[in-house]
Ligand binder design. Structure first.
Ligand SMILES: CC(C)[C@H](C(=O)O)[C@@H](O)C(=O)O
Ligand code: SF4
Length: 472
């Protein structure tokens, strides 16, 4: 019987399988950031161990790094815990080594899930892990990529392997052409709206169909990034010419004869026609409208043409109270059109949507509207995902478009995606955000997050409320 893409990568990396299905999986690429690595390195130190394969490690500091004040150097990191995590990573990589390290203030620093692919550290067919749930992003390259916990980070550093059980295979097939203004972010939010945040639990999801194939690599990364929000630890997209073109010439990509060999193998990284999936979900791409979350979970999502749901119309008790609680936290009334919801802050960034294409899409909307950020918006942030994204955007003059309209153009990092650095929401503030999580307090205690695409966020900044990007 044919094998799925997931089966193929799994089979290629299993070192040993126990009778209960627990497998020892070989890990090709280990991405490391400052939040989940300190205890892991400490564990190595205490055990007198070394890193098994230094050339597999690529590290950066991203969650705690400030997005302003870089001219102040490390003195610009005002929070003592943030500073400690960042300097601890410097020390650990200095002591244990890495194939590549992009420390705070370096030109190629950025969000780990942006710089992995950008540097060619993520390659098709690899097993990629990181102590970070959004490692699923890298599955866009036909790599088996997922997050691991801190004790597993130590295990991978010490042994180059991970203990894992194979997940089941799910196919999410999105067929048809996306309407103008509908982006990868809307596709993945619509998928989560359909299957729910537990829909993918226990599965590895392969995203396929003409709408997925039509996406750029940036778009595919946006979709796979949120596989974890659909409950799956890993998401995958089959390798095609776009994948190979993207990887070619990247600093850590193979060259010379090895390139040819690699490409020949990568071309086998797709599901066989006769392979069987344990679950199949089909989605009509032509029906997807720009999405906005209204609640405190990514599955609480609507089209921009929708209205805030009415809990009284929900028959299921637990669902009704979840809606009530979410509406009270979000400060929204049932029946309110999503397009009438005003925002206080706008955040364009995060590993979901901070790549060059995202920045271009947002800038194009700002340019087309030709207006400034609305006076009721206190802060509109654009935070490129990495130094190279920032440089590219600046070469294209995109920063000037944002700055002229009143957006702040910041240094790369996780920024307002989570409240781990200086960029955050104040209690009660409402934010149009291109990130991936909207649970209570995610962007700051009491903050209210609405997940949207970069184009929708840019339009909300200018209008001061959500607008249907298709009508602009
Ligand atoms: C800090 C890190 C462990 C966390 C994750 O695993 O995803 C963060 O990146 C997030 O997005 O919540
Ligand atoms: S940008 Fe957000 S989601 Fe991505 S790694 Fe950073 S904190 Fe996590």
């Amino acid at each position: 019987m044919g094998r799925t893409l997931y089966d193929k990568i799994w089979d290629e990396h299993v070192v040993h399988t126990e009778d209960d299905g627990t497998a020892v999986l070989y890990i090709d690429r280990h991405l490391v950031h400052e939040v989940t690595s300190p205890q892991a390195f400490e564990g190595l130190r205490e055990g007198g161990r070394k890193v098994w394969r230094i050339s597999s490690v690529v590290a950066t500091a991203d969650h705690n790094t400030p997005t302003t004040g870089w001219e102040l150097g490390y003195d610009g990191i005002t929070d003592p815990i943030s500073k400690e995590q960042i300097t601890t990573l410097d020390k650990n990589i200095g002591e244990f080594g890495a194939a590549a390290y992009f420390p705070y203030l370096s030109k190629r620093q950025g969000i780990v899930h942006v710089i992995g692919p950008e540097q060619g550290a993520t390659l098709p067919g690899m097993t990629v892990v990181c102590g970070d749930s959004h490692t699923s992003t890298h599955g866009a390259f036909g790599a088996l990529a997922h997050g691991i916990g801190t004790s597993e980070v130590e295990h991978v550093l010490a042994t180059q392997t991970l203990l894992a059980k194979k997940a089941r295979n799910m196919l999410v097939k999105v067929e048809g052409q996306l309407a103008r203004g509908v982006t990868a972010k809307d596709v993945v939010l619509a998928i989560i709206g359909r299957i729910g945040t537990a829909g993918g639990t226990g599965y590895t999801i392969e995203f396929a169909g003409s709408a997925i194939r039509s996406l750029s690599m940036e778009g595919r990364m946006t979709v796979c990034n949120m596989a974890i929000e659909a409950g799956a630890r890993a998401g995958l997209v089959a390798v095609d010419d776009k994948t190979i073109d993207y990887v070619k010439g990247r600093p850590l990509a193979p060259t010379g004869a090895e390139w040819g060999q690699a490409v020949a193998y990568w071309r086998t990284l797709h599901t066989d026609p006769d392979a069987k999936f344990d679950a199949v979900v089909e989605i009509d791409a032509t029906r997807i409208v720009p999405q906005v979350t209204w609640g405190t979970s990514p599955e609480m999502v609507l089209g921009i043409d929708g209205r805030v749901p009415d809990p009284d119309k929900e028959k299921d008790d637990s669902k009704r109270s979840a809606i009530e609680r979410a509406l009270s936290y979000m400060g929204l009334e049932p029946g309110k059109p999503m397009a009438d919801v005003h925002v206080d802050k706008v955040f364009i960034g995060s590993c979901t949507n901070s790549r060059i294409e995202d920045i271009r899409e947002a800038a194009a909307v700002v340019k087309r509207l030709g207006q400034k950020v609305s006076s009721n918006v206190k802060l509109a942030l654009v935070v490129p995902g990495s130094g190279p994204v920032k440089e590219q955007a600046e070469r294209e003059g995109l920063h000037e478009i944002f700055k002229a309209a009143g957006f702040e153009w910041r240094e790369p990092g996780c920024s307002m995606c989570l409240a781990m650095n200086a960029d955050r929401l104040e209690p009660g503030e409402r934010c149009a955000s291109t990130s991936n999580r909207n649970f209570e307090g995610r962007q700051g205690a009491g903050g209210r997050t609405h997940l949207v695409s970069p184009a929708m966020a840019a339009a909300a900044a200018v209008h001061g409320h959500f607008v249907d990007i298709r009508q602009l």
